[in-house]
Design a protein around this ligand. Structure first.
Ligand code: SF4
Length: 428
């Protein structure tokens, strides 16, 4: 077992293999459409209104997916060195900029798809100080336009956002912020119609939003089952692909059907008392993005310590963040989904309130928190969330490492750190 390069994760669920096979086929189809056919496509951040691109049938490359894809191919160190050689600071943030680094390295021989072709538009919300720089410079490098979207300040601080977001979204997310997002989404639609010749249909968006509610309700049920079952029936290594791959295609027939299949397979495992570890003794919470270059990390202590990662943000986030009662205007419901997507995951009081509530709901014994050294946003709420969890009796290990940059990661060292931490806090 090579301690530096990433370790594959074990997949326990049949539907996980279906999801990864679907995404592989989709990647091929996307490549055929945008590379071979030269179709217009959009490159966008994960917290932008993907529903608009889907409903207009405009192919989408999500930056976080592309970044994780490059990282999983163990290419991050090569491209970040190229970025430093190009004069960028060593401590540039990583997650959103790995795609830019790949473009700047300009090495078709190693790059996925021979490198990303030119998108018709780049889209990102200005959720941190760096994103504008990353996307502006990427737009220049690719010779295309960057469409920035606001991340308006959020004065209404309701820590219990997750219990009201589906039905009281106007109050939770502030009507003025939602109006601003709707105005910007309408501007985005006009730009897309002009560039692609495709037309936007608001009634079709309304139907898509209802299908998305169906999909996310199934994922929410799976999250409730996993949180309450003993032993834990599904590792986060299975939870992530079964949540995020449908999320990239949310509301499509495949995504809704897959969410149902996933929920059913989870329910079946719970009814048969199946557990991911022989002898489950410790229930862990993973806080932060996935470690895309070492997916086997989460399962490393299952045998040795009976330590299982029960929780990561992706699956439990589906319900409170995506389900919306759709009333007269589907655009307003969509805007309320998008206008705080990053904020609730990374900023207090929304992040810490939700995560302490989730720790209680899932009977968590300890948490491991990814603290990427150079990622400003991903660090914002970490200290407050760590202290909030500790106040609730959940010890927290903060791991100084990056979700996509493998050059600072050693599998065995990180596993030993977690193992020592669990011993130190008397959880052995
Ligand atoms: S700080 Fe984080 S969110 Fe901001 S651009 Fe960098 S990686 Fe992205």
């Amino acid at each position: 077992m090579n301690s530096t390069a990433g370790n594959r994760s074990r997949k326990d669920l049949a539907c996980t293999r279906d999801a990864t096979a679907f995404q592989k086929a989709y990647g091929k189809e996307l490549k055929r459409r945008v590379v071979e056919n030269g179709e217009h496509f959009v490159l966008a951040q994960a917290d932008t209104p993907h529903e608009i691109f889907h409903v207009m049938d405009i192919p989408l490359v999500s930056n976080q997916w592309w970044s994780a894809y490059i990282s999983a191919k163990q290419l991050s160190s090569r491209y970040f060195s190229a970025m430093t050689e190009a004069g960028y600071p060593e401590n540039s943030c990583r997650y959103c900029s790995l795609g830019l680094a790949c473009t700047l390295a300009n090495d078709p021989g190693s790059a996925p798809w021979g490198g990303l072709p030119k998108p018709c538009l780049l889209v990102a919300r200005l959720t941190c100080d760096c994103i504008q720089q990353v996307f502006t410079q990427w737009g220049e490098a690719l010779g295309t336009e960057f469409f920035p979207m606001e991340a308006p300040a959020w004065e209404h601080k309701d820590p219990q956002w997750f219990s009201k977001s589906g039905h009281a979204w106007e109050q939770v997310y502030q009507a003025d912020r939602i109006e601003l997002m709707v105005k910007e989404i309408r501007q985005l639609i006009a730009v897309l119609e002009d560039k692609t010749g495709r037309r936007f249909d608001e009634a079709a968006l309304g139907k898509l939003m209802l299908r998305i509610n169906e999909q996310e309700s199934c994922i929410r049920e799976a999250a409730e089952l996993v949180g309450s079952a003993r032993p834990c029936p599904v590792s986060i290594a299975d939870q992530m692909p079964n949540t995020m791959i449908p999320q990239w295609h949310r509301g499509s027939d495949w995504a809704v059907a897959h969410a149902r299949k996933f929920r059913d397979e989870v329910a079946d495992r719970v009814s048969r008392g199946v557990g991911i570890a022989e002898n489950e003794r410790l229930r862990l919470m993973w806080i932060g993005a996935g470690v895309w270059h070492d997916p086997g990390f989460y399962q490393a202590l299952e045998e040795k310590l009976g330590a299982v990662f029960v929780w990561s943000m992706y699956m439990p986030f589906a319900g409170p963040q995506y389900i919306r009662e759709v009333r007269e205007s589907p655009l307003h419901a969509l805007a309320s989904r998008i206008c705080s997507m990053n904020e609730v995951l990374h900023l207090p009081p929304w992040m810490n309130a939700w995560m302490t509530n989730e720790a209680q709901r899932c009977g968590i014994d300890a948490a491991v928190m990814l603290v990427p050294p150079d990622n400003r946003l991903a660090q914002s709420g970490t200290l407050i969330t760590a202290s909030a969890l500790e106040k609730e009796g959940v010890p927290v290990l903060r791991l100084g490492a990056d979700m996509v940059n493998a050059s600072e990661w050693d599998h065995d060292t990180m596993v030993a750190l977690v193992s020592d931490f669990l011993q130190q806090v008397g959880l052995k």
